[in-house]
Design a protein around this ligand. Structure first.
Ligand code: AMP
Length: 286
């Protein structure tokens, strides 16, 4: 069934109010479109949690820096609608920038905590843009749950923190990263890769996996991370960061005390920035 597309807040509210009257729950999957199997997996998971599923598609200008790819970010409304028709999505919320940020809009949410460091060191405005638009989406759609991918792990942690800190009345559900058969995390930005870069791209996941295995086996985390960064450099990547963090707070690790760990990395292949991460079992648990 082709999902209905709504572009104004009035239309959106009339649909969600009718669901509420009929006592039907709904979940939200926020996206920037150019959908792939990773996004569709989030929709399938949303379906397990609620009677109705809303997918928002909004390329949020507020989370792009001035030198970033806002203008060339892939947009494919017809293709997205066709893909969503295959996964039982009820509604596509597709506001334009003027609907989301009308003239006079002047409020920003600036998260700290999990938003410190990592992405913020390279994209200082990114999480303020994400937190502000997520807060608006949660208020507009009023879902009982929203689904976010672990692929953008820091974003998932920041959104969980946002919901907790502002007492927003919804659950945040994390979904595992969907990968290509060679391990590359699916991403709308993978289409920027040249055929040659596409062959190199899975090395990011491979190096994360090797470093994780080495840390789990009890090797020094600083050495494991340095080796992975070196190997990525040799393969042709420019590494922004590759680092081990506390999986919940994203705080840097001083001592391994059995806490859940996450290895997070971002690296460039020429003009394309790839992001990935992997869970690491605390060494004493292996
Ligand atoms: P985006 O459209 O890139 O902003 O992503 C929208 C949502 O889809 C975010 O919660 C992402 O973490 C999630 N997502 C993107 N790629 C993947 C993937 N390969 N596997 C799982 N979730 C993903």
């Amino acid at each position: 069934m082709t999902p209905r597309i709504v572009r104004t807040l009035d239309e959106l509210r009339s649909v969600t109010s009718a669901w509420r009257l009929a006592k039907q729950t709904h979940a939200l999957v926020p996206t920037m479109g150019a959908l792939h199997e990773g996004h569709l997996a989030l929709v399938r998971l949303a379906r397990q949690h609620a009677k109705r599923v809303v997918v928002s598609i909004f390329v949020n200008p507020a989370q792009f820096g001035p030198a970033e790819d806002l203008a060339r970010y892939p947009r494919d409304e017809a293709g997205d609608a066709a893909k969503l028709a295959t996964v039982d999505c009820d509604l596509i919320w597709l506001p334009d920038a003027a609907e989301m940020y009308p003239p006079g809009f002047a409020t920003r949410i600036v998260p700290e905590g999990a938003a410190r460091g990592l992405e913020t060191d390279f994209r200082p405005e990114f999480f303020a843009g994400v937190a502000t638009v997520c807060c608006k989406l949660f208020t507009q759609v009023a879902p009982m749950a929203a689904i976010f991918g672990e692929k953008d792990y820091q974003q998932l942690c920041v959104v969980r923190q946002l919901v907790r800190d502002l007492n927003l009345p919804l659950d945040i559900i994390g979904a595992p990263t969907i990968r290509e058969p060679d391990g590359l995390a699916m991403s709308s930005r993978n289409r920027y890769l040249t055929p040659q870069e596409r062959l190199i791209a899975p090395v990011l996941h491979r190096q994360l996996t090797q470093a994780a295995t080495s840390i789990e086996a009890g090797h020094r985390m600083s050495i494991a991370c340095a080796r992975a960064r070196d190997a990525l450099g040799k393969a042709g990547f420019r590494v922004d960061y590759l680092t081990l963090r506390d999986a919940t707070t994203l705080a840097p690790i001083d001592n391994l005390t059995g806490q859940p760990l996450r290895l997070l990395a971002t690296a460039w292949l020429d003009k394309t920035r790839l992001i990935d991460n992997i869970a690491v079992l605390p060494p004493q648990c292996t």
